[in-house]
Design a protein around this ligand. Structure first.
Ligand code: FE
Ligand code: FE
Ligand code: ZN
Length: 292
């Protein structure tokens, strides 16, 4: 079975229930959200009443809650030593929030070393994650480190870097989220996706993959840019992305779209999900979304 959805909003007044409604409107059977704005760390309390209503509604709609994902805000940076204590305490609280919501997976960008160098950067990430795991104790939340494009001084654009963090932390509640745009931009070729998975399996182990971000890329392979494009309209292309989405080795892993709104106004997800389900590229999709 295909688990496909997109990034959706999370509002103070509707919380998980509102996120679910947005996802259902897109014809999705899973979704990902930030517990507040992605670019800041202002976070409100979780309302259990809304969570319970959402869980009931998921059951009515055959949504498997264990496939739902939270993304941590991207300003957390465990590499940065001035922000280290803040990042650790925010991430600790975020894991607790995610646990309270009943969500199992939290996607995290490893961080940017901003001049410290890759080795020191990785060292700080390992230390930070160890503290977070010891702070939260025995929770049922897995942190998924996202593979990055290698923009600026981002850590985690190479599988070997992710592997070093996994080994250093050595906790079964740590896994990986692969992002197709980021993999492309960091230089990985996804045309033969089974070949990529073989390499991933050799270095890290496929069983560590808890989420796939499915995005096309505005840039060439190896560009280190990280600019997402709508499905089939970028440099990765529709057929290659279908090869990722429908690969049977990742069948149980949720696929999440983070493609851009058309003209910054129209969410593309309903149309992209339809097109993915039909397995047929629609070159007029963007016009269709604009006229919707
Ligand atoms: Fe991300
Ligand atoms: Fe992503
Ligand atoms: Zn990205």
């Amino acid at each position: 079975m295909l688990y496909i959805g997109s990034h959706v909003g999370f509002r103070k007044d509707s919380q998980l229930l509102g996120s679910l409604d947005e996802a259902l409107g897109y014809g999705a059977n899973t979704f990902m959200f930030y517990t507040g704005a992605p670019q800041n760390t202002a976070r409100g309390d979780i309302d259990d009443n809304l969570t319970l209503k959402a869980i009931d509604k998921m059951k009515e709609n055959d949504i498997d809650f264990s496939k739902v994902i939270v993304h941590a805000p991207y300003i957390i940076n465990l590499c940065n030593e001035e922000k280290f204590d803040f990042s650790v305490s925010f991430l600790t609280e975020e894991v607790r929030r995610v646990q309270k919501l009943g969500v199992k997976y939290l996607v995290l960008h490893p961080g940017s070393h901003v001049g410290l160098g890759i080795d020191k950067g990785i060292e700080n990430i390992i230390e930070g994650l160890k503290i977070v795991f010891s702070n939260v104790g025995d929770v049922d939340v897995t942190i998924l480190l996202e593979t990055m494009a290698g923009k600026g001084s981002e850590v985690g654009s190479k599988l070997e870097e992710i592997k070093r963090i996994l080994d250093g932390v050595n906790n079964s509640h740590l896994g990986v989220c692969i992002d197709t745009c980021h993999l492309n931009d960091s230089g990985y070729d996804l045309v033969d996706f089974n070949m990529f998975l073989d390499e991933f399996d050799k270095i890290i182990g496929i069983d560590k993959i808890g989420c796939v971000h499915v995005n096309d890329s505005k840039n060439d392979r190896g560009s280190h840019k990280d600019r997402h494009e709508n499905i089939g309209f970028g440099h990765i292309g529709f057929d290659t992305l279908l090869g990722v989405i429908y690969n049977e080795r990742l069948e149980s892993v949720p696929k999440i779209l983070e493609t851009p709104y058309v003209d910054r106004e129209y969410p593309p997800y309903k149309y992209e999900i339809e097109m993915i389900r039909s397995k047929e590229f629609d070159e007029k999709l963007i016009d269709k979304i604009k006229n919707s």
